[in-house]
Design a protein around this ligand. Structure first.
Ligand code: SF4
Length: 355
């Protein structure tokens, strides 16, 4: 289900723009539909009032909590059941200044990153924009959510219309600050085209922050690790991201999953310095969480810290992070795989730990 479908349905029940916004706002904020100053009977059309309990039930059924897995770091991985029985994961990020949630945008993923459990099973189906917002609404029944990162299962660029519709609602009625909506991608010309169009959009238009999964500065290695990502050279990715970062005023975040012996060498440090020097950017290094059956390992914490220190010394703003809830079956996709006989990996959501 998409948000546009809900809007259409509300209009058929006699809703005007103000009614529509109120119903969607309260849903996205996980507030009861009878909250607020105006009483329902004095505000909503009768047909809509009569239908509201059934509609709320349908919205609640878009994503129901299947299992919850609290981590020692204060995070919690949520395995959610969708209305058709498919499952996706959301992660309540460890407590911090801005309480965050990592959401999924697809069931499965077609990019097929070699180190990611989610990518091993391919794409199962797209999530509707309402299913993306439903993850936030559900999470808000458990904790406040003031930041949403689109780094769970799926590649947002492959479900762009739904993702942008969800971002638009979350950044307006959903009350999430625009720079706290973090759209994560492996990089896709269609996505850059859409973002560049936002650069000149009217004041008030929701412009999300951008995170780019780089993982290597070498085009050939990156193509090997991310086999079905669009073939954009690392320098081109950085240039496109830099343009959007300068236009919006939010630095671009580069994601780098550290794989022992693959992309944690001095050559990559030199490559990063060459690519990112002087850029309005932040490099997030995330030591890999091993996935059973996949031939990748996590470098030692000492090596990861050394890379972060070196980059920092060379003028690259760098953070060393670790995935949220490592003690509860690590990377994104593993809960789902454990629950179903399906395997997939992912760029797991992170928390900053020490740099
Ligand atoms: S890391 Fe992200 S883009 Fe790559 S396969 Fe996993 S979910 Fe897809």
């Amino acid at each position: 289900m998409h948000i546009s479908d809900i809007r259409h349905r509300l209009r058929l029940l006699g809703a005007g723009p103000a009614h529509e916004e109120r119903v969607l706002r309260l849903w996205a904020r996980a507030l009861p539909q009878d909250s607020g100053r105006r009483k329902l009977e004095n505000f909503l059309p009768r047909a809509l009032r009569n239908e509201l309990p059934a509609l709320c039930e349908e919205l609640a059924a878009l994503a129901r909590l299947h299992t919850e897995h609290p981590g020692e770091d204060g995070s919690a991985r949520l395995l959610l059941a969708l209305a058709d029985g498919q499952t996706v994961e959301s992660v309540l990020l460890p407590p911090g200044r801005t309480p965050g949630l990592c959401v999924s945008t697809q069931v499965g993923c077609a990019v097929g990153c070699r180190f990611c459990m989610t990518g091993q099973g391919g794409l199962v189906r797209q999530l509707g924009s309402a299913e993306i917002v439903a993850q936030v609404a559900l999470a808000r029944t458990r904790r406040p959510v003031a930041k949403v990162v689109f780094m769970g299962m799926g590649e947002p660029a492959h479900n762009l219309a739904a993702v942008m519709e969800a971002i638009d609602l979350l950044g307006t009625g959903g009350a999430i600050g625009h720079k706290n909506l973090v759209l994560s991608t492996v990089g896709d010309p269609r996505l850059f085209e859409r973002l560049h169009a936002l650069e000149h959009a009217a004041v008030g238009t929701v412009k999300p922050a951008l995170a780019l999964s780089l993982h290597s500065t070498k085009a050939a290695l990156r193509a090997e690790l991310l086999p079905r990502a669009p073939r954009m050279a690392p320098a081109e990715l950085v240039a496109q991201g830099e343009r959007y970062a300068r236009a919006t005023g939010y630095p671009i975040q580069f994601q780098w999953t550290l794989l022992a012996g693959v992309n944690d060498g001095d050559d990559e440090i030199e490559g990063i310095v060459a690519l990112l020097s002087g850029k309005y950017a932040l490099m997030n290094l995330i030591p890999y969480n091993a996935v059973p059956g996949l031939p990748f390992a996590r470098p030692s914490w000492e090596r990861a810290a050394e890379i972060a220190r070196t980059l920092h010394r060379r003028g690259i703003l760098t953070k060393l992070r670790q995935s949220a809830g490592q003690d509860v079956q690590a990377g994104c996709g593993q809960l789902r795989a454990r629950d179903l006989p399906i395997h997939k990996p992912s760029a797991a959501p992170q928390r900053e730990v020490s740099w």
